[in-house]
Design a protein around this ligand. Structure first.
Ligand SMILES: Nc1nc2c(ncn2[C@@H]2O[C@H](COP(=O)(O)OP(=O)(O)OP(=O)(O)O)[C@@H](O)[C@H]2O)c(=O)[nH]1
Ligand SMILES: [Mg+2]
Ligand SMILES: [Zn+2]
Length: 270
């Protein structure tokens, strides 16, 4: 949308065409995150422990909307839980997405500069569960913006004393990171459930890159990759491997996520 600001009000000059729209949908409602995005930064953290199912769903929604995802794992200063989370992410590290390790709390100028480079000239939505550091990221890159993250709220001590020390984000807000307004970061409230009811089960495999690379090798053109003989996807699933697997193979957990999601989307009620 293009705005023209006047004294005390604004006039909408024109409404631009939507390039894309990222949303989630459950049985009850559709919730739009944001439109006209260049990329989505899916932020998870060493703590709270992330849900692989929600991560996989967020990635699928990005693929379906043709929005490039970046996965980042924050709080690398919390060594033990960070290493555990990093290990759990091995399948995602091997996909072309990769995983960006972060410690937003400890970040210096060089880290901020490197992060800015990945966002420069683009509009990026930051999404992820509550408490992972989405607002902390906005505050690091746009310190004048004062997005509500815990440590930036002056009343923190007081509210903690009152046992309500959380300053969770409740609305989606766009922040400009440069004076020329080329680079934008959108802070959003943490989500718990990422519904994919807007996606057809038969689309799923093409939206999961590790499965998608084997499409076209199945005996049946309408293969669901669940039980059919001669399935080129299923034969690539590595049911034995524990953590490090080859790029060509499909991690058993990812395949399980696929079949669970397929079943869920196949039985949806309207
Ligand atoms: N240890 C550690 N804590 C961090 C780091 N980054 C952020 N935090 C803390 O994590 C907590 C949550 O940070 P927020 O930025 O408010 O998280 P959020 O993702 O915006 O949370 P919601 O708004 O509820 O969705 C705060 O107490 C931060 O200080 C980090 O790198 N290491
Ligand atoms: Mg927040
Ligand atoms: Zn198949």
């Amino acid at each position: 949308m293009q705005w023209l600001a006047s004294m005390d009000e604004g006039t909408i000059e024109r409404v631009d065409e939507r390039r894309n729209l990222l949303y989630r949908q459950d049985e009850i409602r559709t919730k739009a995150f944001a439109a006209n995005l260049d990329q989505a930064l899916i932020l998870i953290a060493a703590e709270p422990e992330y849900s692989e199912s929600q991560l996989a769903r967020a990635l699928i929604a990005c693929e379906a909307s043709k929005i490039a995802p970046i996965i980042a794992l924050n709080k690398s200063d919390l060594q033990v839980p960070f290493e555990r989370a990093w290990e759990r992410l091995s399948a995602y590290r091997q996909m072309h997405y990769g995983v960006l390790p972060l410690s937003l709390k400890m970040s210096g100028d060089a880290d901020r500069e490197a992060l800015f480079k990945r966002l420069q000239g683009k509009t990026t939505l930051v999404l992820g569960p509550s408490g992972v550091g989405k607002s902390s990221l906005v505050n690091l890159l746009a310190p004048q913006s004062k997005a509500q993250a815990n440590e930036f709220v002056k009343t923190q001590e007081i509210s903690q004393a009152l046992n309500s020390g959380k300053h969770t984000t409740t609305s989606t807000t766009l922040y400009w990171l440069d004076a020329t307004r080329q680079t934008a970061l959108i802070d959003s409230p943490g989500f718990q459930e990422f519904g994919l009811h807007h996606i057809e089960p038969t689309q799923l495999a093409s939206l999961m890159p590790d499965l998608a690379q084997h499409l076209g090798n199945c005996k049946f053109y309408n293969c669901t990759h669940l039980h059919e003989p001669g399935c080129g996807v299923r034969e690539q699933v590595d049911f034995e491997a524990k953590s490090v697997i080859s790029r060509r193979k499909i991690c058993a957990r990812r395949y399980q996520l696929y079949s669970d999601l397929f079943a869920q989307l196949n039985t949806k009620t309207y």
